[in-house]
Design a protein around this ligand. Sequence first.
Ligand SMILES: Cc1cc2nc3c(=O)[nH]c(=O)nc-3n(C[C@H](O)[C@H](O)[C@H](O)COP(=O)(O)O)c2cc1C
Length: 175
Amino acid sequence: MKLLALSGSLRRTSYNTAAIQALKRLAPTSIEIVIGDISSLPLFNPDIENNDIPTVQALKSNLAQASGLIIASPEYAHGISGPMKNALDWLVSGVEFPYKPIMLVNTSPRASHALNALIEVITTMSGDIIESANVTVPLLSSELDADGIVENREISAVLSNGLKEFCQRIEASIP
Ligand SMILES: Cc1cc2nc3c(=O)[nH]c(=O)nc-3n(C[C@H](O)[C@H](O)[C@H](O)COP(=O)(O)O)c2cc1C
């Protein structure tokens, strides 16, 4: 099974990026997690939506090939991070996003506004959030990188269990 994972943070030592890097390492060999890059997407503009933009094509192609999408994104001023909202805007009119199973990873238990906004946006875009697979892990101020997350028994167990549930629900929905 192939999954696409996107981080909504462009920060070099991002906890959200570290969380999806850790998920990739924790995944069993039967599950390939492709980490997508949204940092080079142009700002969304409907005027150029149908242009052949390599970074946009790569995002859409990776999503089309994935059985599910994992999103880890920070809260900025009670909202969705600009890079993540921009990436989602590029996917609004395409055929790749609707009905795609989605797992949400929240790296900050105190951040609920962005998570709720993300759920609203994804639902509006007809994404299929697998609620039982969503996880919250306390990474904020933890100083943990991907290796540290993998080595942390409690946090890696939460991530692994969420991934397991996500994959089981995807498999169960395949006729
Ligand atoms: C501009 C800015 C605004 C932020 N606003 C909030 C906020 O409203 N609520 C919150 O819980 N954290 C807020 N934070 C903290 C970030 O969510 C937190 O640092 C998070 O770890 C960033 O994600 P990253 O580690 O993946 O880069 C903000 C951080 C920045 C830089």
